[in-house]
Design a protein around this ligand. Structure first.
Ligand code: HEC
Ligand code: HEC
Length: 293
C-alpha cells in the first residue's frame, strides 16, 4: 500500500470505530434500566397514606380531565404546548383497555422510579418522574393502593404531537443519563426536603431550565419562563418572596396572597391539591421555601 492509501485506510477504520462506539454508547444510554423490585412486593399499600401522597404529589393536576367537577377521574387530556411539540397527559385510571388497569404494582413502581413503561420505553419528563423517582418504596406502594380505588374512565388517551427527533423515545434515555439526578438539592436530613422535592415538585415550575429542558439547580426556585410561552412563573426564592412562613402556608391552602389576590394559572391546580394536606405539611413546605439557598 502507498502511504496515502494507508492513511485513508486508517482513517476509515477510525471512522468506523468511532461510529460503532457511538452506536454502542447510544444503545447503552437508551436501553431500559433494570431495578430490583423484589423488596417492594412485600409491602402493603396503606390507602389513607396513599391519598396524602396523591395530593402532595399533585398527580390529579394533569391527569384529571378538563371536567374537574368529576372528582378524581383520571381521564387525562391536559395539554402541554412546549418547544418540542404538544404533549397530552394520558388516561391513567384503572381502565383495562384505555388506562393502566392491567398493570402490576411493579409496572407502577417502574413508571415512577425509572420513568419507564412496562415494555421498558422511556417516558417524557413532562411527567415529572425526575422529581417523583426520589419517592420511597413505601410511599409508591401506598399511592398504588389508593390509585386502585379511584373511578375508571374508558376514554382513550390522545397521542402527543411532537417534532422530529423528539418523537423518538429512545433519545430520552440519553437525556435521563445526563440530567436525571437521584440526590436532593436541599438538606436531605430535613423531612421538608422530601415533601417538596420528591412529592410537591415546586421546582419543576419555579426553577429555570437550560436549553435541554433540565433544571438549573444553581438557580433553584428563582422563577422561570412558562413552558407554554405565556407569562413568567414568579421566583419564590427568599431573596424575592418576602412572605412569612404562615403566609406561604395560607397561600398553599386557600390560594390567597397576603394582599388578597388569588392564585391563578397552574398554581390554582397546585393549590387545589395542596389544600387537602394538613396544616403541618403546608408549614413544612413553607419552611423549606423560606430556607432555599
Ligand atoms: C405535569 C403533569 C403531570 C403530573 C403532575 C403527573 N403526570 Fe403522569 N404523565 C404526564 C404525562 C404528560 C404523561 C405521558 C408521558 C409520556 O407519554 O411519555 C404521564 C404518564 C403517566 C403514566 C404512564 C401511563 C401509561 O399509559 O404508560 C403514569 C402511570 C403516570 N403518569 C402516573 C402519574 C402519577 C402517579 C403522578 C403523581 C405522582 C403523575 N402521573 C403526575 C403528566 C403528569
Ligand atoms: C405547575 C406549575 C407550578 C407548580 C408545580 C408550583 N407552582 Fe407556584 N406558581 C406557579 C404559577 C404559574 C404561579 C403564578 C400564579 C399567579 O399568577 O397567580 C405561581 C405562584 C406561586 C407563589 C406566589 C408568588 C408571588 O409572588 O405571587 C408561591 C408562593 C408559589 N407559587 C409557591 C409554590 C410552592 C411552594 C410550590 C410547591 C408546593 C409551587 N408553587 C408549585 C406555578 C407552579
Amino acid at each position: 500500500m502507498k502511504i496515502r492509501e494507508r492513511v485513508t485506510f486508517r482513517r476509515s477504520v477510525f471512522i468506523v470505530l468511532i461510529f460503532t462506539l457511538g452506536l454502542i454508547f447510544h444503545f447503552i444510554l437508551t436501553s431500559p434500566k433494570e431495578i430490583q423490585t423484589a423488596s417492594i412486593l412485600a409491602l402493603d399499600g396503606d390507602l389513607v397514606k396513599g391519598e396524602r401522597i396523591f395530593y402532595a404529589a399533585g398527580c390529579g393536576s394533569c391527569h384529571i380531565g378538563s371536567d374537574r367537577s368529576k372528582n378524581l377521574l383520571l381521564t387525562g387530556g391536559t395539554q402541554f404546548e412546549t418547544q418540542f411539540g404538544t404533549f397530552y397527559a394520558p388516561n391513567v385510571s384503572m381502565s383495562k383497555d384505555y388506562g393502566i388497569g392491567k398493570w402490576s404494582s411493579e409496572d407502577f413502581y417502574r413508571a415512577i422510579k425509572l420513568g419507564q413503561n412496562p415494555e421498558g420505553k422511556h417516558y417524557y419528563p413532562v411527567f415529572p418522574y425526575t422529581s417523583y423517582s426520589r419517592m420511597s418504596d413505601q410511599d409508591i406502594m401506598d399511592l398504588w393502593g389508593f390509585w386502585k380505588t379511584l373511578p375508571v374512565s374508558d376514554e382513550p388517551s390522545k397521542e402527543h404531537k411532537l417534532f422530529l427527533p423528539f418523537n423518538m423515545r429512545s433519545n430520552i434515555g440519553v437525556w435521563k443519563s445526563l440530567f436525571m439526578k437521584e440526590e436532593f438539592v436541599g438538606d436531605n436530613e430535613n423531612p421538608s426536603t422530601y415533601l417538596v422535592e420528591a412529592l410537591a415538585h415546586c421546582s419543576e415550575c419555579h426553577t429555570p431550565r437550560n436549553i435541554f429542558g433540565a433544571m438549573k439547580t444553581k438557580q433553584w426556585m428563582r422563577g422561570a419562563s412558562n413552558p407554554s410561552g405565556k407569562g413568567k412563573i414568579p421566583s419564590i426564592h427568599p431573596d424575592d418572596l418576602k412572605w412569612t412562613k404562615e403566609e406561604i402556608a395560607e397561600y398553599l391552602s386557600s390560594g390567597l396572597t397576603p394582599n388578597y389576590d388569588v392564585a391563578g394559572g397552574n398554581m390554582a391546580l397546585v393549590v387545589e391539591n395542596l389544600s387537602k394536606l394538613s396544616k403541618e405539611d403546608l408549614l413544612l413546605i413553607a419552611s423549606y421555601i423560606k430556607n432555599v439557598k
